[in-house]
Write a protein that binds this ligand. Structure first.
Ligand code: 2AM
Ligand code: CA
Ligand code: CA
Ligand code: CA
Length: 265
């Protein structure tokens, strides 16, 4: 019952936050930069994170909160129940396109993902899962992921990772990009994980993300039989930044073995 109750509250708050974001399309955004000129944040990112924190604190004062915009708690562990919140995932898309962004909410207990919600605000599509209870798009169940081979797969990754990059050996990505059926870049980690869950893409790779980017998506992808690790094939810890590699099981295995095994990620 506990997780159903938390999930019901989370769904209600996510819908309300989505309505606030839709209303913000008619207002002038206050846009600021964070770590670099292309790392953007708006007043709406901050307001939505504060909205969730207020709601959670009212109903679940004992829960802890990790939010991208820093209004939550400073966590040193994932003990207890922790909400991992990304108020707007895909802020650049939100600003430039008014689409291709989502709200991402994960609820974890002692580091284990229990609930994942990803709300595609513009399409009014709420992807949600409770561990062990199935995954849904709105109220419709999502089918388990299908296995694919590299040559019949579409993979999502950002084009910058295929260019020369100080963090990785970019030559490693070139054969993979050549061998797959196609590549896509959506600019929103949360929705890219949802696309793995629904089979719209077969894998998603990213070099560096934060726990709020992948917490909800991991619950949804794993509930449907997909595999989520970092690019070294190791489990994520949901307290630290890491690379990300989500895919159907057979594709995950073959990409790790045939393309990534010598990578320095
Ligand atoms: P964000 O929009 O919540 O910041 C863009 O390719 C994806 O990477 C988005 O999901 C974005 O989340 C995430 N991301 C993580 N760190 C980022 C950074 N420093 N700058 C821009 N996007 C970042
Ligand atoms: Ca951001
Ligand atoms: Ca994000
Ligand atoms: Ca964000």
């Amino acid at each position: 019952m506990k997780w159903e109750d938390i999930n019901a509250h989370a769904k209600q708050w996510v819908k309300e936050a989505g309505e606030r974001i839709r209303l913000s399309f008619d207002t002038t955004l206050n846009i600021q930069t964070k770590t670099n000129a292309n790392d953007l944040v708006t007043n709406i990112d901050k307001e939505i994170e504060q909205f969730f924190i207020k709601k959670i604190r009212e109903v679940y004062p004992e829960h802890k909160i990790m939010g991208e915009e820093g209004f939550g708690d400073e966590l040193r562990s994932l003990d207890g129940i922790v909400w991992l919140i990304d108020p707007i995932d895909g802020t650049m898309n939100f600003i430039h396109q008014q689409r291709n962004f989502a709200i991402s909410l994960g609820v974890y207990e002692n580091g284990i993902g229990k609930i994942g919600l990803i709300y595609d605000v513009v399409h009014d599509e709420l992807y949600h899962a409770i561990r062990g209870k199935g995954a849904y798009i709105n109220e419709k169940p999502i089918a388990p992921v299908k296995e694919t081979t590299v040559k019949e797969s579409i993979i999502a990754l950002n084009a910058t990772w295929v260019m020369e990059n100080h963090r990785i050996d970019h030559n490693l990505m070139i054969p993979l990009v050549k061998d797959v059926r196609g590549t896509r870049s959506y600019g929103t980690a949360a929705l890219e994980m949802v696309f793995v869950a629904t089979g719209r893409v077969d894998a998603y790779l990213s070099m560096r993300l934060s726990p709020w980017d992948f917490a909800a998506g991991t619950v949804i992808v794993e509930e449907l039989g997909g595999v989520v690790t970092n690019l070294r094939g190791e489990k994520l810890d949901f307290l630290s930044k890491d690379s990300l590699f989500a895919a159907n099981p057979s594709l995950h295995q073959s990409i790790l073995k045939d393309y990534l095994k010598n990578g320095k990620f």
